[in-house]
Write a protein that binds this ligand. Structure first.
Ligand code: 5GP
Ligand code: ZN
Length: 113
């Protein structure tokens, strides 16, 4: 499959991996938007949030627990951080393999742009 995040998860394309296990991989975003900007992706190819199924609940929960662990390691847990999952064009999704953005290390604006 011609999917950049599947290729990063399989090791075919290099990335700065910060965490991986049998279900998920986390790596530094190539174009960081904050001092901490890490992408947490399931190994399973799910194109957008719209393709998430009932049976994916445990996997999705796992992505959040990986994000929490990294936020603690990077010492942004107490200060605060943002988790974002964009869906389709108007939200700005550019890679069609779901990924949780973990953003932190600066004050975030609201509403998001
Ligand atoms: P989206 O816009 O789909 O929510 O987020 C895609 C993110 O993936 C962007 O923040 C972009 O910088 C990042 N990205 C795109 N291609 C690569 C890549 O090849 N390697 C890494 N590490 N990040 C990428
Ligand atoms: Zn994929």
């Amino acid at each position: 499959m011609d999917c950049i995040f599947c290729k990063i998860a399989s090791g075919e394309i290099p990335a700065k991996i910060v965490y991986q296990d049998e279900k998920a991989v986390a790596f530094e975003d190539i174009n960081p938007q904050a001092p901490v900007h890490i992408l947490i992706v399931p190994r399973k190819h799910i194109p957008t949030v719209l393709e998430i199924e009932e049976g994916d609940g445990e996997l999705l929960g796992h992505l959040f627990s990986v994000a929490n662990r990294i936020a603690s390691e990077r010492e942004i847990a107490g200060r605060g951080f943002r988790l974002v999952m964009n869906c389709n064009r108007e939200a700005g999704q550019t890679v069609f393999h779901i990924h949780l953005h973990l953003l932190g290390g600066r004050t975030m604006g609201w509403p998001p742009g």
